[in-house]
Design a protein around this ligand. Structure first.
Ligand SMILES: Cc1ncc(COP(=O)(O)O)c(C=O)c1O
Length: 406
């Protein structure tokens, strides 16, 4: 029997298209110094100026002159690539210094950098699960795909607790074997709804049942706390979290991920995680830029204040027009559409008629029926940009007769 491979692949793609969630990558080329303005290259190669409204470069650090200069200077000094894995020829002063800086940033013994936040979660959780014999991982049901993948790879028992429901977490902990190691894994800021985890309560219950705490601060680092150390820093809880995981790609505007923890935990992951060991290390220039970015963000709380101001203002303008946003206390502004086809249609109208770029968010990033547009204002989105966006949305909501907030 011959297998029709083409048919298998084409049918899978056809299903995606029929559901309205086939992913189209918009070609958006940023211009140094002009963020959030960028150039959109459409499918016919026609270029137009647009405003980006969905970047995770939350503070615009990807274009900060200090960061760009640090990148360029390092390239000029040491060249473009790392030249090897961390173990074999790929560790430089920049890597060592960045890890020191990140450990200091979170007030921990040590830090370890990875090629992305995704890889950091996958490596750290899978290695810990394998290392701690008979371990159970307690995972918030809304945890990011990278944590889910790490937990799956670790092959340990897992127990999923209802999102942000500490009572449910306690129930599961209480009914688990007291003799086995446990890890409670959760995020500080959930990026699709923009809601915060009850970190203090989670720590309390985790300690009661002798579980390690693993906190993904990917959407918190750089953005919360007096020094930008994340929501855990803002709440004065950094020292009570066993492992903090973060990214260099969002608040710091670059690429790469990291964990910070006690020396022995960092050392175990450094020594046993295949996804850390068997891959080329980050380019030294990227590490140099990350050092500059972390230092700048840490020392400039005004950046965070400007971010909160923009997010508050945008939420207020949307509420005034009864646009159905998901309410939260974070810098993220999700606008519910609840239909993948309409979500894409709104995104296309915004792009083609208003020069506003926001990517539709569909399943599996969010559950089916909760499709949305996710707006991420930055300190660089001025009042005029906010008003232009909200006016455009208001018109589209009228034209398409979409549901308003109750
Ligand atoms: C909660 C969370 N953790 C981890 C990641 C992965 O981070 P990175 O983009 O650095 O791979 C993301 C990415 O968006 C995320 O939302």
């Amino acid at each position: 029997m011959s297998i029709n491979y083409d048919l298998i692949f084409n049918n899978a793609l056809k299903d995606l298209r029929q559901e309205g969630r086939y992913r189209v990558f918009n070609n958006i080329t940023r211009k140094k110094g002009e963020f959030p303005k960028a150039v959109y290259n459409d499918q016919y190669g026609i270029k137009s100026d647009v405003t980006i409204w969905c970047s995770n470069d939350y503070l615009g650090m990807g274009q900060n002159p200090l960061v760009v200069d640090a990148f360029v200077n390092a390239v000029n000094l040491v060249g473009a690539g790392a030249g090897g894995t961390r173990n074999i020829s790929g560790t430089s002063n920049y890597h060592v210094e960045l890890e020191r800086e990140l450990a200091k940033f979170h007030n921990k013994d040590g830090a370890l950098i990875f090629t992305s936040g995704y890889i950091a979660n996958e490596c750290a959780l899978s290695t810990l699960a394998k290392f701690l014999k008979n371990c159970i991982i307690f995972s918030d049901e809304n945890n990011h795909a990278s944590m889910i993948e790490g937990i799956r790879k670790g092959n340990s028992e897992k127990s999923i607790w209802k999102h942000n429901d500490v009572e449910h977490l306690e129930h599961l902990l209480k009914n688990s074997n007291p003799e086995v190691p446990k890890i409670v894994a959760f995020e500080s800021v959930y990026s699709m709804d923009g809601d915060f985890a009850p970190i203090e309560e989670i720590i309390k219950v985790s300690k009661k049942y002798n579980a390690l705490t693993y906190l993904d601060e990917v959407h918190g680092v750089g953005l919360y706390g007096k020094n930008g150390g994340g929501l855990s820093e803002h709440l004065g809880l950094t020292s009570q979290i066993d492992i903090i995981e973060g990214t260099l790609a969002k608040g710091f505007g670059l690429m790469g991920g990291y964990i910070t923890a006690k020396y022995n935990i960092v050392d175990v992951i450094r020594s046993f995680a295949p996804g850390f060991i068997f891959t080329t290390s980050l380019p030294p220039s990227l590490a140099a830029a990350a050092i500059a970015s972390v230092r700048h963000v840490k020392n400039n709380h005004s950046l965070r204040e400007a971010l909160y101001n923009r997010a508050e203002k945008l939420k207020k303008l949307m509420v005034e027009r009864n646009l159905p946003i998901i309410k939260n206390n974070s810098h993220i502004v999700p606008l519910l559409v609840k239909d993948p086809v309409i979500c894409k249609e709104i995104s296309d109208i915004l792009l083609n008629e208003y020069s506003i770029y926001v990517q539709p968010i569909n399943y599996p990033t969010v559950p089916r029926g909760l499709e949305r547009l996710r707006f991420t204002p930055t300190p660089l989105h001025d009042d005029l940009k906010l008003e232009t966006l909200v006016n455009a949305l208001d018109k589209i909501w009228k034209e398409l007769k979409l549901a308003r907030a109750a």
